[in-house]
Design a protein around this ligand. Sequence first.
Ligand code: NAP
Length: 381
Amino acid sequence: MKRIAILGSTGSVGVNVLKVVKALKGQFKIMGLTTYRNLISLEKQIREFQPEMVVVQDLASAEQFNPQGRIKFFAGAEGLLRLVADERVDLVVICIAGANALLPLVEAIKRKKEIALASKEPIVMAGELLSRLCQEKQVKLIPIDSEHSAIFQCLEGKNLAEVRRVILTSSGGPFRLTQKKKLERIKPQEALKHPRWKMGKKITIDSATLMNKGLEIMEAKWFFNLPLQKIEVLIHPEAIVHSLVEFIDGNVFALLGITDMRLPIQYALTYPRRLPSKLKYLDLTKVKNFTFEKPDFRKFPALSLAYEVAYKGRSFPCVLNASDEVCVEAFLDKKIKITEIPAVISKVIKKHHQVDLETVEDVLGVDRWAREETYKIIKER
Ligand SMILES: NC(=O)c1ccc[n+]([C@@H]2O[C@H](COP(=O)([O-])OP(=O)(O)OC[C@H]3O[C@@H](n4cnc5c(N)ncnc54)[C@H](OP(=O)(O)O)[C@@H]3O)[C@@H](O)[C@H]2O)c1
């Protein structure tokens, strides 16, 4: 039985990880669960999965869940590191939204844990540093993000030098068919309605601006050690083909599946094995249309901005990531329009003097700078 810790267990991915664990009865022992503030979900999860360790933001608020003192509670960012470092944890599943996933990920790599990774932000912030660390510690990150799981599976047993290009698919988000001039009036509630996936707020807004696909370009670069020239994006509204890999001889491998995160999550948890699934299997006769189109870079400038930043490299992706996190929050708080997100990020990028990110402290320093600049620009508008 594999002993696992789920970081961000109360989030959209985290809840699906627990559903997979439950469906694969007897395969996993839940050692640790973590939340930031969602104590209602956490309490249910503790009752059902009986973890040995739990991490919350505020210890006092969670004491009520531990009447017999059987569970070890830890607090905050330090608590996440304690959980990851625990010798009894074999597999760390990281599904914390945003930059806060970076330090636990670094700790998990240093401790040579098996790692299933959903959080894309740390890879964007610190891709080069993380891949160096993974190489040094001989750790392989297993992707949970559906597109990267697809590419990961299409590449298995293949020679990377024979890859002509990879194609990340995108559903196109909720505004694929919305006229450009109408985008500036979009309200947060409309942007939070994704046509295909039910996800956390940050990734849902990123999917509406297509910034999510931009982050995924950088995620693919570092996950698979691919040059950016070989990473393309196609809009595929049906969200059945989760991504494709084209080889130099013209053969194309695609990974198809129902639109359900439990599919890539299960593979990341059982890798390299495959176990039977309790989900419904894909019925291709029910997929009426199967379409692909090029993304509209003019309507979704966040995607071109992400490509530009990915090519610039060094500390620029870290700036984009931090600034995007602040902008998404500002949009959800109705402080800026959705169309201002790439515009504000672009201003922050213009002010940035690039540096090399040699250490985690370097990364956190640039992250902090970019957040402060973004707040300033939003305030001064
Ligand atoms: N959702 C998807 O289908 C999907 C697909 C592919 C990739 N991803 C990636 O997976 C990650 C998680 O996405 P999600 O949609 O599951 O997000 P989510 O629903 O917002 O959940 C995030 C989780 O992280 C916890 N968290 C938030 N801030 C934290 C902090 N400062 N310290 C510790 N824990 C914190 C949350 O706790 P609370 O519940 O207390 O807020 C929650 O458990 C993101 O990087 C996203 O891009 C998601």
